[in-house]
Design a binder for this molecule. Structure first.
Ligand code: UTP
Length: 237
């Protein structure tokens, strides 16, 4: 089974805590031992936001700000690589071909950002499509996809499952509301829809929640099920 795991920067490194990074690495290693081929995509989190804020005050333009964000995601990727054992490609993959090559060789591949104008949510969806993954998992700081941003709307309700087209609609509505943030961004949602990619969005602040989700489809977040898609055969009892 081939899986792409997106680990948000605020989940992997809200602060610099080696034990937390180790926890995520240990989950990735367990899955690899269980026979999963893994691509991991790491976000920038608060550190990226701090650098981007400072550079904006200094007059950097949006592309320069994105490049700073990409650099931070790649530093976080290096942290995860440092915590992974010998099965990981020691290079941060800078494009999908490098990541795909590493995964085909049997290595775990770790990526950060790729190019300005997007976030690592979209990188994870594109990598999942490129390597024809069976499953894409977003380990975020919220437990799934809600009808609105639960941080700003107390009436927000969680979807246990939804189609990719529904995901695109919900994310589009959330992104229209200033100050609201969605668990995955709109470009990622559209890539998931295009690729018909089976996807899970879950709370990854405790990395141990990722293992049962990948191996057995067990989690309390949201399943995004492609139209006409069957449950992955590897989840069969
Ligand atoms: P993240 O993927 O962490 O963005 O990339 P985010 O969604 O803002 O962070 P979280 O999920 O809320 O923690 C950090 C920044 O790096 C740049 C963007 O500026 C992004 O905001 N970036 C990342 C790119 O420009 N291109 C990429 O491919 C990835």
């Amino acid at each position: 089974m081939r899986v792409v795991i997106s680990i948000g920067g605020s989940v992997l490194a809200p602060d610099l805590d080696a034990r937390r990074v180790e926890g995520h690495a240990s989950v990735v290693e367990t899955l690899a031992r269980d026979g999963c081929e893994i691509g991991a995509v790491v976000g920038g989190g608060g550190v990226a936001r701090d650098y981007i804020g400072a550079a904006r005050d200094l007059g950097a333009n949006e592309v320069q700000l994105d490049q700073i964000g990409i650099d931070v995601t790649r530093i976080n990727a290096r942290l995860l690589i440092a915590a992974l054992g010998s099965q990981v490609d020691p290079k941060v993959a800078h494009d999908y071909e490098d990541a795909g090559d590493a995964i085909r060789r049997g290595d775990i591949s770790v990526m950060g950002g790729v190019m300005p104008g997007q976030t690592t949510d979209a990188v994870a969806a594109a990598l999942a499509e490129y390597v024809d993954a069976d499953l894409l998992v977003y380990a975020t700081s919220v437990d799934g996809v809600f009808s609105a941003d639960p941080k700003t709307d107390s009436d927000a309700t969680k979807f246990e499952e939804m189609t990719a087209a529904e995901l695109v609609g919900v994310i589009g509505d959330i992104e229209m509301n200033a100050g609201s943030s969605a668990p995955v961004d709109l470009l990622a949602a559209k890539l998931i829809e295009r690729a018909k990619m089976r996807t899970i969005v879950l709370d990854g602040t405790d990395p141990d929640r990722i293992t049962p989700a990948v191996l057995r489809g067990e989690h309390t977040g949201t399943d995004i099920i492609p139209e006409g898609g069957d449950e992955p055969t590897y989840w069969a009892p």
